[in-house]
Design a protein around this ligand. Sequence first.
Ligand code: SF4
Length: 499
Amino acid sequence: MEVDAAIDDTDDSPKEACGVFGVYAPGHQVAQLTYLGLYALQHRGQESAGMAVSDGDTITVVKDMGLVSHVFDNRTLAPLQGHLAVGHVRYSTTGASTWGNAQPIYREAGDAGFVLGHNGNLTNTVALTADAGILPGTVTSDSDVVAELIQQAMVAADPGLRSDGRDLERALIEVLPRLEGAFSLVLMDDSHVVGVRDPNGFRPLCLGRLDNGWVLSSETTGLDIVGAHFVRELDPGEIVVIDATGTRSLRPFDAERIDPKLCLFEFVYFARPDSRLYGQTVHTARQRMGEELAEQAPLPPDTVVPGREAMVMPVPESGIPAAEGYARRSGIAFGQGLVRNRYINRTFIAPGQDQRSQKVRMKFNPIRENIAGKRLVVIDDSIVRGTSTRAVVAMLRQAGAAEIHLRISSPPYRWPCYFGMDTGTRGELIAANLTVSEIRDYLGCDTLAYLELDRLVTATGVASRGFCTACLTGSYPVPVSLGRVDDDLPTVDLVGPNG
Ligand code: SF4
């Protein structure tokens, strides 16, 4: 099935790459649990959804383009009987948005088939492909390359023989150290569920406990929804194997490669606010970002029209917690100035409407009574291209806002992400090309301020933990010399301190 819809080009947010889920739970309806888990991870990818279920003998894969609720229903879930499963929701950052690239990916390896779901982006795909002798065109995404390498390793180690139950983990121990970049993986053969986190832990992945079972999920919300309790986050560089004997931990990477660098934007934007990262609730961290922002960039004195009423308002939904924090710290009243149409997703169709402002109007509608004549402090979490924000500012002006003071709860986004976020090229990043005052003029707001990086890190509540900040600083934790075809900068500029 092809998605025949206009991509929402008014969506100015960075796009998450994927969500993964796994469950080993004899006696449970694992397909239903995976459905629920994927539902709780839907924000991480809306282009395709899929799951694989095993009954200990046969692996069945169901995947399709679209949202979880479109791909699965009782009819598709009912035949998926078994006691272990993995699932995936996808937003394509490499590889086209097609059925063939939907995950989990299935591969035969002798009698032992396996499936793989991947969150993140590899940064050495080209080299891996060449080294493995993979012919051009035979793999269509970096995830496909990983599956191909694992398959090759399994076949080479044990050609034609029945699995002894350790084939997949032996292949992983051989293949994973060759991978560079971001990869939180879930894998499954007929009797094991496996979770993997890359040595930097760019993307989250956690382990939970069910009665008589175990769960892997990109975020803790995937545990909550199935009634699993949180056990721990997987360590960067860790493999967790789950089978009938319980869980085992393997560590295939050299110690010097282990360098925790959780994506800071998981805290800012990507993760669900009710998830916990590094032991911190994301919603609370975002409120603290708003508090830091209020201290760093207060509303200027009302010298133009003394006594004019002020209001702190979010760009919904993602700006809400930071706006609450800003209001709390500043003492300025919090209010809603925009209502978001909840039924619009990334691929909403705008029939006959080409104007960006019209598309933004489909997404937001102003509450004029709350806005008119006021000094607005408008809070959003990030500005990527600036197009959507500009349309929002214009909408607020038309609704009668007297002043618009835009406050962003993260620093300027200046560098592309190579670790599983779609932010576009440097040419598309407004902060890579304009100064803050030029951005203010382009957006049409009265004042503009971005949260400083050290305040953002402080607001996470875990400043002592490792973070990737590459898109904000240009300091990439691992070399990124892959030369994305759509990038407009020489790759040498993007090599980080280790490169
Ligand atoms: S570059 Fe930015 S978006 Fe990408 S992993 Fe690092 S912090 Fe996250």
